[in-house]
Design a protein around this ligand. Sequence first.
Ligand code: FNR
Length: 387
Amino acid sequence: RRLRPILALEDFEPAARRKLPRPLFGYIAGAAETNAAHHDNRTAFAEWAFRPRYLINVSQRSIATTLLGQTYRAPFGISPMGISAMMAYRGDLVLARAAQDAGIAMVMSGSSLIPMEDVARAAPGSWFQAYLPVDEKRIAALVERVARAGFGTLVLTVDTTTMGNRENNIRTGFSTPLKPSLRLAWDGAIRPLWLWDTLYRTLRHHGMPHFENNFAERGAPIIARNVERDFGARDHLDWSHIARIRQQWKGKLVIKGILHGEDARRASAEGIDGVIVSNHGGRQLDGAISAFRALPEVRAAAGGMAVMMDGGIRRGADVLKALAMGADFVFVGRPFLYAAAVGGEAGVRHGIEILGQEVDRNLALLGCLSPEELGPQHLMRIGGIPQ
Ligand code: FNR
């Protein structure tokens, strides 16, 4: 019943705002500093228009896509998002199971509160995203743990040299460690649905949430761990770390957070299987270009690597624009976490369904049989005139 008024991915946001305590909603919705990078993720799509073709028989079309040797039922997946088990009861499992059911890709965050082994067991097709620990031995141990858990694809997020400046978190009272305060208690008290659905059930059945996966061993509880300090201590990581991981990791290796053609070229030279072009949803370097704008350059430099992107995708039309601009596959972040918060697994399934239908409908309206047919010939900058 809660899902009936949700007709588009963007409808999940106001519903999640009503359900979640303000600091948690703000943590999802927020970005860095002036939000310029975050806003440009949407503006970039709005600057381009489609050039459809008609009277092509598209009755046999399919939106299924092959990526890194796997076939997915749609050309989009779910971006990694940290601490999602605070937003929805067993959040990572909710996202992973819904994605598995729908046959789409899901990337589990390394900053999550549920052990990676549980997610791999529940949804064996999931990918794992790692934030690299500082210490070399712990990097090797983490990679080994991810392999032992059974993940086939490891995603290394590289745009977190240090923690982005998210003033918004301070304004809304979100921090790690999560400090119990009167304000937090009040925010929770006026959100009884979240208190019951998520917090109470979590504490009752699983105890205090811990950062389980940042490092090789079990991390500290959410009320004790200063994640921002951990991030600041990792600003020495460079390509030599990537090269060593490439030697150790036998599965597919993906780098997330690339925005420059030269970095894509280097990734390809290091034997990386794919890149996710991303500005981290505008949450890291404010004013960074949007992934959509970076796509043509990265595509040209990527060689045989898979080129994926995320940031600002809210509609099937955005998915198709990204594919036409050179992406092989896209990921969507915030809307699916809102969906998990609002409606659990059914909510996420509903979101996947909506987006899949939009992709399919617009693919037909463009005159294409499959996502692979899309190219620059389907796009024009708004304001231009076809020659
Ligand atoms: C993120 N993002 C992220 N990225 C990552 O590599 N590891 C992580 O743990 C997280 N955590 C995280 C939490 C939350 C609440 C958000 C909103 C985002 C970034 C994420 O993977 C993705 O790049 C962006 O969210 C994509 O932009 P949209 O779709 O949210 O606009």
